[in-house]
Design a protein around this ligand. Sequence first.
Ligand SMILES: Nc1ncnc2c1ncn2[C@@H]1O[C@H](COP(=O)(O)OP(=O)(O)OP(=O)(O)O)[C@@H](O)[C@H]1O
Ligand SMILES: [Mg+2]
Length: 243
Amino acid sequence: MMIQVENLNKSYNKNICVLKNININIKKGEIVGIVGSSGCGKSTFLKTLNALEPINSGSIYIDGIKLDSKKNIREARKKIGIVFQGYNLFENYTVIENITLAPIKVKKMNKEDAYNKARKLLKKIDLMDREDFYPHQLSGGQKQRVAIARCLAMEPLVLLFDEPTSALDPQMTLEVLNVMRELKHDGLTMVIVSHELRFLSEIADKIVFMYNNTIWEESSSYDFFNNPKTNEASEFLSHVKSF
Ligand SMILES: Nc1ncnc2c1ncn2[C@@H]1O[C@H](COP(=O)(O)OP(=O)(O)OP(=O)(O)O)[C@@H](O)[C@H]1O
Ligand SMILES: [Mg+2]
């Protein structure tokens, strides 16, 4: 298993439980889509997987490493990348500097190797001619692709995506989704929070439907979209039927 979550509970304030008894196993190479209405805990859940948010009880294992000590969290984080809706690029660094910063600083990769690797990634995201641009000179879709490349430069086993395309127009959304499709072919494990249901129905192996701050339904992608098990999931899908 790449990700194991057991009896996870989380609240920000003492009496409001934001994640209630979450249990899930995600296999190596599996693509999991997380859907559910606003406020049900999707972003919080992704953050707990990267130990960006502390939990109140339960256990999380990333590639067998339990997130229960600083040392383990440091080890686990080497295996996980996270891509947010906002791109979080360093505005005062160029594209290639953004991508090579962590490999050089954290992984102690030498500069030449890091730059060679970054150029391969730029090819993958189709931005070879933009390496010396600054983030403000890029479109939203280009920035988001750089954000993905920056994660990939650390060679993660798992990538978490929190609504990676929600700030983008349809054309830029397509460009980002195409990059994500390629990552599936590379065998990366991905957990994707998205409202792009058509995309999820195509790329995801499994859909997790969150409702009432817990996992209400977990199904194969095909079953979730064609034959949801719960009334709540049916209702959710009927509201977003336009997909
Ligand atoms: N830092 C915080 N402090 C206190 N409460 C928070 C914090 N972050 C989120 N919450 C609360 O936790 C709940 C879940 O928030 P979360 O952002 O995980 O939802 P979401 O499913 O990602 O929603 P959306 O679809 O709108 O992004 C919400 O009720 C929110 O108000
Ligand atoms: Mg969210």
